[in-house]
Design a protein around this ligand. Structure first.
Ligand code: IMP
Ligand code: MG
Length: 179
């Protein structure tokens, strides 16, 4: 048996929404230097499309954050990379994420980045998954709300697979973990 993929958001809908988000980000430009902090690895494809639609100047940087490993539910612990090397004091900072699920990852990142003295700090996430008991996270630039399902595609993976799918799909595993 193979894993089951069911389409959730088409590449065409993503393209349209990404252009709208880029427009909002450019419209909010206030003269302060803008830095996009892209969360590796899942947000890279989203960020690549988003960046090419933002008409105002900005710089990009990357941080590592992982909470999943080889599972479809969050481990509850967030490991961050070396974010202290980012030069964002006085910058408008936008954290670019693929998906906010329990909210642990962005919450940990925001706390860490805030210590570096940005002028402002906002979140741009392609997807917001609605899970019971999740942390309240303010997502200023949000692509889509989705139900509590495990999704892959458009940069998002299951055990490093499926990142190359052009749209977002719900994944049902053929053999559940441990089964
Ligand atoms: P959180 O800390 O629970 O909000 O999880 C956010 C991180 O977990 C995201 O940056 C993703 O990398 C990953 N993640 C959460 N849900 C999914 C999913 O449905 N598919 C793939 N990755 C996910
Ligand atoms: Mg991630």
């Amino acid at each position: 048996m193979s894993d089951r993929l069911r389409p959730l958001i088409s590449a065409r809908r993503i393209r349209k929404r990404v252009a709208e988000l880029a427009g909002e980000i450019a419209a909010d430009h206030d003269g302060a230097p803008l830095t996009l902090v892209v969360v590796l690895k899942g947000a890279t494809i989203f960020a690549a499309d988003l960046m090419r639609q933002i008409a105002t100047p900005f710089v990009i940087d990357f941080v590592r954050a992982s909470s999943y490993g080889r599972a479809t539910t969050s481990s509850g612990e967030v490991a961050l990379g070396d974010e202290t090397r980012l030069d964002i004091a006085g910058h408008r900072v936008i954290v670019v994420e693929d998906i906010v699920d329990t909210g642990l990852t962005v919450t940990a990142l925001i706390a860490a980045l805030n210590k570096l003295g940005p002028k402002s700090l906002d979140v741009c996430a392609l997807l917001h998954k609605h899970v019971a008991g999740a942390k309240e996270v303010a997502i200023r630039y949000k692509g889509f709300d989705i139900p509590d399902a495990f999704v892959v595609g458009y940069g998002m993976d299951y055990a490093e697979r499926y990142r190359n799918l052009p749209g977002v799909y719900r994944l049902t595993l053929a053999r559940p973990q441990g089964g």
